[in-house]
Design a protein around this ligand. Structure first.
Ligand SMILES: Nc1ncnc2c1ncn2[C@@H]1O[C@H](COP(=O)(O)OP(=O)(O)OP(=O)(O)O)[C@@H](O)[C@H]1O
Ligand SMILES: [Mg+2]
Length: 515
């Protein structure tokens, strides 16, 4: 709980930072205590990650001062911050895909034996202990690039936990984790609090903030808005501080669905790549109609992402079984072929698969469109520029303009760019894998509305989400996966948190889950 002033471990005083013309932070003061979980909230682009990158020594050029335990500190880089006891789990995972899990965890801080030899055995054993603590079945010897995004997130967390840090920053650590994993992470965070660590926790999920945090600080448009003990405020208040207005909840509205299935999937199976920890798919069948949102629920590792990948030629190998698009069997060997046929996937893993980091916002939005257009032989540049402006407006993408580098955008705004890209193509079937991951409450409501508008215009959408309320808001039907098998196909009338969770844990040991 919030202690006396003498407990103040961190003070960031009048921090300002601009990137060219963009004022990311303006005179922000931030205070955190020992033994406290401190939530940092704000809309996409509010400046949360920038403030924390400054604290972690990743941004060194800024105005203002930082005090740790009352002493002024000046970091020349991340190493200095680490030496001062600050560790960060980045929002955009910062791992080396070609290296093993253990090598990633100890990167730059390798354990050595005599003569400078790497002590792989010790590092693997330590990594194994960390994953036990986190309750994550990740092999220290697996290549990070082979892991699913949720497990990569676990590696990032283990990496931060490997070293005793007085101040541990977590930038949206649960965005790709399942409920069970989130519960385990909460336990680890509570341990840290008890051992007097300071945890700074960035999240867009209000339930998370109010479950974990002792204190909440809110930023808006790069400025400080408010800071309060969480017991003295409530989610609605925090949201109001974040957006400066009330957000209307969206309610599901049915509309006619066409009789014919656009996409039919019959008995699709896919083996699991060795050592990857990714689930296999077993005998999955489904159909989705034009005008319909099919929600896909399941715990982490249930095969949701694998299913969407299998449908659009993005699996490591082609799936067995049949996929019919408008009644015609299709065999995609690459997502490009799927796009040409009218199926597009918005991936959950924007860093590795979704974004082109050297390109501008406009290029990232139009890239697949340009491919499609140049095949058709015409590119109308003016129309394209209009489309980019329209997309930026429609999704409220916060950017200096279409010409800005996409990496200059905040995490949530990058996610919106990927969505914008696929909206431009107007596929027949849109596959959305965790489309609102990392997106703030206000923008989420916009995206739900957008999804409903798209199906109203005749698109078919298959969407995964770990947030059940989200599926219950936008989906017309919900299918549930457990360990790569379909365990339920629920109408809206049948679908609720209970029926979904029941089906999602059908083959699992419930006792183990509850522990
Ligand atoms: N390297 C950069 N170059 C230019 N502008 C940047 C850069 N990094 C951040 N910005 C800008 O600074 C502002 C704050 O971004 P920041 O990433 O801190 O937001 P955030 O609060 O973490 O948002 P999100 O919830 O989307 O992650 C945004 O307008 C962003 O576009
Ligand atoms: Mg951020």
């Amino acid at each position: 709980m919030t202690g006396p002033k003498s407990d103040v471990r961190l003070e960031m005083r009048q921090i300002s930072k601009h990137f060219g013309g963009v004022q990311a932070l303006r005179d922000v003061t931030f205070l955190a205590r020992a033994g406290e979980v401190h939530a940092l909230c704000g809309e996409n682009g509010a400046g949360k990650s920038t403030l924390m990158k400054i604290l972690a020594g990743a941004i060194t050029d800024f105005d203002g001062q930082i005090f740790i335990e009352g002493r002024a500190v000046a970091f020349g880089g991340p190493r200095d911050a680490e030496d001062a006891g600050v560790r960060i789990i980045y929002q955009e995972l910062n791992l080396v895909p070609e290296m093993t899990v253990a090598a990633n965890i100890f990167l730059g801080r390798e354990r050595k034996r005599g003569f400078g030899w790497l002590d792989n055995r010790t590092m693997e054993a330590e990594a194994r202990r960390l994953f036990e603590r986190l309750g994550a079945p990740v092999s220290p010897r697996a290549l990070v690039g082979d892991l699913r995004i949720g497990d990569q997130q676990m590696v990032e967390i283990a990496k931060a936990l490997a070293f005793e840090a007085a101040i541990l920053i977590m930038d949206e650590p649960t965005s790709a984790l399942s409920d069970a994993e989130v519960a385990r992470l909460y336990r680890v965070i509570n341990d840290l609090r008890q051992n007097r660590h300071t945890v700074i926790y960035i999240s867009h999920k209000m339930n998370e903030v109010f479950t974990l945090a002792d204190h909440v600080t809110v930023l808006r448009d790069g400025g400080f808005v408010a800071s309060a003990p969480s017991c003295e405020t409530e989610p609605r208040q925090v949201v109001r501080w974040m957006v400066g207005r009330e957000i209307a909840a969206m309610h599901y509205e049915p509309h006619p669905v066409s009789e014919r299935a656009v996409l039919e999937v019959k008995a699709v199976s896919l083996p699991s790549p060795p050592l990857s920890g990714r689930p296999a798919l077993h005998d999955l069948s489904l159909h989705v109609h034009s005008g319909e949102v099919l929600g896909v629920a399941g715990l982490l590792g249930a095969g949701r992402t694998e299913l969407l990948e299998a449908l659009c030629g993005a699996s490591p190998e082609p799936p067995r079984g049949a996929i019919l698009l408008s009644g015609v069997p299709v065999h995609f060997r690459h997502p490009r072929e799927a796009i040409a046929a009218g199926i597009a996937l918005v991936t959950e893993d924007r860093k590795n698969l979704g974004l082109f980091s050297e390109m501008t916002v406009a290029e990232n939005i139009t890239i697949s469109h340009v491919e499609a257009m140049s095949r058709a032989g015409v590119i109308d540049r003016a129309a394209e520029a209009r489309a980019v402006r329209h997309a930026i407006e429609r999704l409220a993408i916060k950017t200096a303009g279409g010409g800005a580098l996409v990496t200059s955008l905040s995490g949530g705004n990058q996610q919106k760019c990927i969505l914008a890209r696929w909206l431009l193509i107007e596929p027949k079937v849109l596959l959305l894998d965790e489309p609102t991951r990392g997106i703030d409450v206000g923008a989420k409501a916009e995206i739900y509305k957008l999804i409903r508008d798209l199906v109203k215009q005749g698109m078919a959408i298959i969407m995964t989400s770990s947030e059940l309320p989200e599926l219950l808001t936008v989906a017309d039907r919900i299918m549930v996966l457990c360990e790569g098998r379909k365990t339920a196909d629920l109408s809206r009338a049948e679908a609720n948190e209970e029926t979904i969770m029941h089906a999602a844990t059908q083959f699992l040991d419930r006792v183990a889950l509850a522990s």
